[in-house]
Design a protein around this ligand. Structure first.
Ligand code: SF4
Ligand code: SF4
Length: 103
């Protein structure tokens, strides 16, 4: 599932450079995530980097874009046909209490 940014966002910009998929951009009032490019950091990091840096917990699961791990694997492959995903054995979905934070 892609993540989304909710209204509590204070538009600090911390998440934008951390996204490995360039899925985050500045919107008219708050930052926004392009669900077509968010892989939940699958293929890059063990955990969701925007979640880890956001100071106000504004990066949350987007129920309108639910994707199981298989779908994220296919999404990564479609976005990066020449690239092998990394850290997939350590990857955890958002909200996983057993996730090992990488920051
Ligand atoms: S979860 Fe990862 S890929 Fe998705 S918007 Fe956040 S940093 Fe980008
Ligand atoms: S890090 Fe959080 S508060 Fe800052 S722009 Fe991103 S979503 Fe908004």
């Amino acid at each position: 599932m892609a993540l989304k940014i909710v209204d509590e966002c204070i538009a600090c910009g911390a998440c934008e450079p951390e996204c490995p998929n360039n899925a985050i951009s500045e919107g008219p009032t708050i930052y926004v995530i392009d669900p077509g490019h968010c892989t939940e950091c699958y293929g890059f990091y063990a955990t969701q980097q925007c979640v880890e840096v956001c100071p106000v917990e504004s990066c949350v699961e987007d129920e309108a874009h639910v994707e199981p791990e298989d779908a994220l694997r296919r999404k990564f492959a479609a976005l990066y046909p020449e690239r092998a995903p990394v850290n997939t054995e350590r990857w955890s979905p958002p909200g996983d209490p057993n996730a090992r934070r990488t920051r």
